[in-house]
Structures are given as structure tokens and as C-alpha cells.
Design a protein around this ligand. Sequence first.
Ligand code: FES
Length: 177
Amino acid sequence: MLSEKYAKEIEGILARFPTKKSAALPLMHLAQTEYGNLTREAMTEVAGILDLDPTHILSLAGFYTLYHEEKVGRYVLEVCNDLACALRGADEFLEMASRKLDIPVEGTTNDGMFTLKGVMCLAACDRAPMLQCNLKFEENLNEEKFDALIARLRQEAADGKSAHPVVQKSISYAKAS
Ligand code: FES
């Protein structure tokens, strides 16, 4: 249970907002980091902490692409292939990434390491091809940089590093405050 395992972190997150409802997004990140994806049970749990109806959390999860209701890989690679990025080769880049990982777009590698997605504008149009990996931007990419990124992520996983450094940082910030 999140409320038991992360009692102090949740308290810290709630303290940063004027109302409980406003803390929905960070708590959803916490749940997703803990369970790997936002299951219905996880959303109900978050709703319970915030005294909200679960449908409110469900609607937020459906609206934001950063929340994954389906099972995803340890690293979610979201390549922007919206118009501006497409003009800078994003479609070809996404195709290359799909070939290298040997999965279709929206697919997950057999080892559960990577999920590949094509997404709408991430506001880094001048640095395409780019992708977002678990909240972290990787920009001005090419095939060589993509290979290096995949190798680095595999190494980080082998070393037992967190797959969600940004979320973890935010959780420890909440804990410290
Ligand atoms: S169109 Fe890709 S970041 Fe804006």
C-alpha cells in the first residue's frame, strides 16, 4: 500500500499543495513509479488518499500521456513525431528505433526493458529528433546517439539504478520538506 510504504513522502507532497485534489498528479507519478503502470487498483488507491472519486484520477490518467494504464517497459521512449519534428526526420528516427529494438511502435521489448511510442509535440521542436525517456528529454538524436542511449539505460538497469530519477528526486524533495 502506498499510504503505508510512502507515508512520509505522501505527507510531504500533500503539504506542498493548498488542497488535496491538487496533489493528484505527483501522487499518480508515485503510484506509477511503484507499480510500473497505473492499474485501476493503483488509481483507486490514489483516489482514496485524496478523498476523490476514482473516476477523477482515471480521467487525469486518460488525458496525460505520461501516465500509463497499460503495462509498459522499464523505460518508455516517447519519440515526438509531430509536424515540426517530422520535418527534422522524426518519422525516420522512429522507424530506426523500432527496427533497432525489434518492436513495433507502441510495442514493448520481450525483456520488459523498453516501450516505444510516437507522441505529439513535447515543446522541443528545434532539437528534433528528440524523445522523452521517463520524463527526461534526449535531444538532437541520431542513430549513433540512440545506440549509446540504449546501451546506457541497459547498463543503469544492470547497476540497479532507478528508472525514474526525476520522480525519485521529487519524492525525496517532498520527504525532506
Ligand atoms: S513538434 Fe516535436 S517537440 Fe514540438
